[in-house]
Design a protein around this ligand. Structure first.
Ligand SMILES: [Fe+2]
Ligand SMILES: [Fe+2]
Length: 167
């Protein structure tokens, strides 16, 4: 899969890991609504779609390497849909995007529930990924903590090292 060539976490994953991730995420990554995330910029030159793929891969890696015992399907599904809000938060929309950090987890959750059948645990992963900015959405499961932490780390890497090239 082309994604693995660009992944920030490729070197930490074995062939079997990648196979397992691809198998679980195949129906989600190929859903036409999820593919729309390719059109939106997340950080620098990274699309929201690629950002979610990075977070999914790193979350999987953290769970495995640290033997945390989180449910792999919950982690991968939650991570892939954690920013499924479907707009470009950099675009000028007259002001509502100023609140993006506070509202997009709720939007992503609503979309995830609309287009997929996801259980309570996966819903929590999406809803709580913006803690501590969303102060009262504290992650309560190990899966939610893993994705929340992976999202912070990936966002930092993308912001620092994958900036848009100057034209
Ligand atoms: Fe987010
Ligand atoms: Fe994110």
């Amino acid at each position: 899969m082309d994604y693995w060539k660009r992944s920030l976490t490729t070197h930490k994953l074995t062939k079997e890991d990648k196979k397992e991730i691809d198998k679980i995420l195949f129906p989600i990554k190929n859903h036409k609504k999820v593919k729309q995330m390719k059109n939106y910029c997340q950080h620098g030159r990274i699309s929201t779609y690629d950002h979610c793929c990075h977070v999914a891969a790193l979350s999987y890696s953290i769970n495995k390497k640290l033997h945390l015992g989180g449910d792999v399907r919950t982690i991968l599904t939650g991570a892939m849909l954690h920013d499924f809000y479907l707009y470009d938060w950099h675009a000028d929309d007259g002001g509502t995007h100023n609140w993006h950090g506070y509202i997009h987890a709720g939007r992503a959750l609503k979309n995830a529930q609309t287009y997929f059948s996801i259980d309570k645990k996966t819903q929590e992963v999406i809803r709580c990924h913006m803690w501590p900015l969303n102060l009262f959405s504290i992650p309560k499961s190990r899966e939610a903590w893993i994705v929340c932490a992976a999202d912070k780390w990936v966002s930092l890497q993308e912001t620092l090292f994958m900036r848009r090239k100057k034209t």
